[in-house]
Design a protein around this ligand. Structure first.
Ligand code: URA
Length: 272
């Protein structure tokens, strides 16, 4: 395979995952394929245009690849094999320094729960408690989520508890002051979420809040408009609902009722 084909495979794969931009950064860890790619001789007649861009400038993946542009400073994200595992993704994340969120984090919050779960909940990003312990949704919003899952399941006669589902976030490091993740942070970290979801292949995904909805459905539509209806991510049904933190605010009683309705639908869909 020529290095152009290898590079094209990477780009197609990430485009399928919804990743629209790739970045060039300093080499740290060379993947086997990337190392091979770098060793191959440059094609005689390179095409015009490039997917590989300078660190601060980004371009879309729908481009022509210039073999000549593949310099020794290009490190590609590892191409997920068919039988990839969550452990492999976590090890790929490693001691991640891919974006500025690494600067203030204590622990990377990968995700937790049943890896064979039929249902995956996706939140925004770790808060202070999660950052301290390395586990998702263990603070106040987490207690709210646990209550929502377990109370609704019990009321509906569905025998599941929180450990039966899988829970993760769009970004794996805590954004400073709990601000919303920025688009480049979502995009960089989003590749890991996409790989997690591909490995988990749940029966349904519940996207909690605007950040999760935006990352999974690539939409600018707000939660209020998206919630209550089924959407799709790679053929997997997606229900959007309010983020548990939003439901903790006392004046959001109506949203709370709607979130319970959304959850009821998801639980029946997955477990009936
Ligand atoms: N909020 C999130 O979005 N995720 C967490 O893990 C905790 C709070």
């Amino acid at each position: 395979m020529t290095r152009e084909q290898i590079l094209r495979d990477y780009l197609n794969y990430y485009q399928d995952l919804g990743v629209k931009t790739v970045y060039r950064r300093k080499p740290t860890v060379k993947t086997e394929a990337a190392a091979k790619l770098l060793q191959e001789p440059v094609a005689e007649k390179p095409e015009v245009g490039s997917a590989i861009v300078a660190p601060v400038i980004k371009e879309t993946v729908q481009i022509k690849v210039t073999p000549a542009a593949v310099s020794t400073s290009v490190i590609l994200p590892s191409l997920a094999p068919e039988n990839e595992t969550l452990a492999q993704i976590s090890s790929d994340i490693g001691d991640c320094k891919r974006c500025r969120l690494c600067e203030g984090r204590n622990k990377i919050v990968f995700g937790s729960g049943n890896e064979s779960a039929g249902l995956v909940f996706v939140g925004e990003g770790p808060g202070a408690d999660e950052d301290a312990q390395g586990l998702p949704f263990i603070g106040r919003a987490g207690q709210m989520l646990t209550q929502m899952i377990e109370n609704t399941a019990e009321k509906e006669g569905i025998p599941i508890k929180r450990p039966d589902v899988y829970i993760c976030n769009v970004v794996k490091c805590r954004p400073p002051e709990n601000r919303a993740p920025q688009p480049d942070e979502m995009e960089i970290c989003g590749q890991f979420l996409f790989r997690q979801l591909m490995v988990l292949k749940p029966k349904a995904i519940c996207a909690m809040g605007a950040t999760a909805a935006k990352a999974i459905l690539a939409t600018k539509e707000g939660v209020t408009r998206l919630r209550g209806n089924w959407h799709k991510w790679h053929d997997i049904p997606v229900m959007v609902t309010y983020h548990p933190s939003y439901l903790l605010r006392p004046y959001n009683q109506n949203a709370k009722r709607e979130a319970w309705e959304d959850l009821k639908r998801v639980l029946h869909f997955v477990y009936d």
